[in-house]
Design a binder for this molecule. Structure first.
Ligand SMILES: Nc1nc2c(ncn2[C@@H]2O[C@H](COP(=O)(O)OP(=O)(O)OP(=O)(O)O)[C@@H](O)[C@H]2O)c(=O)[nH]1
Ligand SMILES: [Zn+2]
Length: 307
């Protein structure tokens, strides 16, 4: 039998099988970690093969993890020198952003987009709280975001307080697995709770569980919205930090820079000061955006551009 991991609770995993049933599963005793630097062998979103537990007829055992299409990883908060897989098999990663309350900077959005590019996950920018904007402000925002659409990123505009906007968001999520991330205060919880009302319930369940002293670290949880439609909330992670990306790879993750790269005079060009740099020329003549180029430079310099 096959299933998909929807929740990880220490040694137990919640797995949904094709018939819609949820099973509490453990990992096979002799399960070998392929990569010793990964702190969690099984992640939310993993497709797994289950076998029945001989000792306990009500339980199932995860015998195998099927190859992952992609995954998002970050430095493990618990184990030094290790990485933690946040979620796998994603169709899109969505950053929830707001203009004023709080303000999400373009630099922060760029950082998220670079991470998504590095993990080869299509990225969507979800502008929330547009009810707080005047029509002129909304037009201004849309004008600014055209550039992102031209780079191939989807940009959506909603107010989480408007049921019709939540409905149209649902249609954008249909038949996909979408991961939500964003700064604290942008309305991520409001959106997730509107989409999946059971998410709210789960939150209190988890704290009850924690109060009993059970060791729980819920890194990510998946909610089913419909057939083949899932959202993944990442409670512990308000922000999807920049993956560990080598400096000489960085320009690959800016689509507009990637297109120009072969045209620089030097093959090891860092696009900062070198003569004959095609990217600097494009910046000078306005064909690449100054804010995007600034983001590139600040990420290259290792600035922690989290605001
Ligand atoms: N006006 C307006 N307020 C919103 C909207 N979406 C969320 N809010 C409010 O913004 C505040 C923050 O929302 P949350 O959903 O808690 O934000 P969050 O991103 O999950 O932040 P944390 O709770 O810190 O994780 C709450 O007071 C929400 O009611 C919106 O579309 N419009
Ligand atoms: Zn260059």
């Amino acid at each position: 039998m096959q299933g998909i991991v929807t929740k990880s609770m220490g040694l137990w995993y919640q797995v949904e099988t094709a018939d819609g049933q949820m099973h509490n599963c453990r990992l096979k005793g002799k399960f070998k970690l392929e990569n010793k630097k990964i702190s969690n062998p099984v992640a939310v979103g993993d497709k797994v093969r289950l076998i029945s537990d001989q000792g306990d007829s009500s339980a199932m055992i995860i015998a195998e993890i099927l190859p992952r299409e992609n995954y998002i990883i970050r430095v493990s908060p618990k184990k030094k020198g290790h990485s933690h897989i946040i979620a796998s098999n994603l169709d899109q990663a969505i950053i929830v952003a707001t203009v004023g309350t709080p303000r999400t900077s373009l630099g922060f959005i760029d950082r998220f987009l670079v991470t998504a590019e590095a993990f080869r996950i299509p990225a969507t920018i979800l502008m929330n709280k547009i009810d707080l904007l005047s029509p002129e402000e909304l037009d201004g925002l849309k004008e600014k975001m055209v550039e992102y659409e031209s780079l191939g990123y989807q940009v959506l505009y909603i107010s989480a307080l408007k049921p019709e906007d939540i409905e149209s968001l649902k249609s954008q999520l249909a038949n996909k697995t979408s991961l939500f991330t964003g700064h604290s205060g942008v309305g991520k919880s409001t959106i997730v709770n509107e989409l999946a009302p059971e998410a709210q319930q789960k939150t209190s369940e988890i704290s009850d569980f924690a109060q009993k002293g059970v060791h729980t670290t819920t890194f990510a949880e998946m909610f089913k919205l419909g057939t083949d439609t899932y959202i993944i909330d990442t409670p512990g992670i308000k922000e999807l930090g920049l993956a560990e990306i080598e400096k000489d790879e960085l320009s690959h993750y800016f689509p507009e820079l990637r297109n120009l790269m072969g045209k620089c005079k030097f093959s090891n060009c860092t696009h900062t000061h070198e003569p004959g740099c095609a990217i600097e020329t494009a910046y000078q003549d306005g064909s690449i955006s100054p804010t995007r180029y600034d983001s590139y430079l600040s990420m290259l310099a290792g600035d922690d551009n989290r605001r």
